[in-house]
Design a protein around this ligand. Sequence first.
Ligand SMILES: [Zn+2]
Length: 317
Amino acid sequence: MGHSLVAGVDIGGTCIRAGLVSEQGEILSSREWPTRDFPEPEKLVNLLAIECQKMAEEHSGYTWVGTGIGAPNGNFFRGTIEFAPNLSWKGIVPLAEQIEQKTGKTCLLTNDANAGALGEMLFGAAKNMHDFLFITLGTGLGSGIVCGGRLVYGHDGFAGELGHVIVNPGGRLCGCGRKGCLETYCSATGLIMTYREIHSGGKPESFGKPQNITAKHIYELAMQGEAEALNAFEQFSKTLGEALANAVAITSPESIFLFGGLASADDLIIPKTKKYMEASLLPIFQNKVQILCSGLPENDAAILGAASLVWNQLKKS
Ligand SMILES: [Zn+2]
């Protein structure tokens, strides 16, 4: 096992990345392709089998032993991608089985946030931690829950969807078809909507100006002291802090890791989220749970997380 390499594959809405990861969490080689080049999953299966083998041959003395995949709506138990909203693949795709058949090597699959949580545990800031939450703040909000050193998959394999906890019944329409989910408020998209609402005098759905603003721009305005931008970050932190207080009541984590560009937005999110979380926590949990920035390098996290699915299994056996 000393010279094994695991392929970590991240399937996203715009691009697919694959890299070979050592036991120490180094990415030795990686490749990237546009997702639109794969209208059928079979084309990806064939390409991965060839490209991972090629990458492995670049490193003499190493053997490619298995493949881990992070994908939207990935189901760990079935190795399937099910009804992914951001992919052109429809229905249920048994991707892990197809890759195992093609490569003759283990393939494990889960959703991207669960993979990120395992990556944090094996290669990031959660080493030696057994109970923590991992939250990705991107276009949406993803989460992975680790309890007792194990990722929580639940009965059906989809557990850990904090982004779709309803925090405002009847509120903003979510991509999942329901209203008021946490990710419609606490994500880059949510921040932009909040900022637009503040500008339009609080009227929802009436965005007014400015039309094309990005989360990064709102961040820059906040750093310059613009009141509306600071207010948008304040509301973001309040909603997130309250939701995390509820998550703490259910899982009692040691730490909560925030991952993504927004998480590292200086002092705009973490200290305020911590303040609002503490104000909403059950007294028995107060001052016991840290909120920390992820220790995974942002550009490599998806590949490391996906590979950690297989590394985690190899370490257990
Ligand atoms: Zn939702």
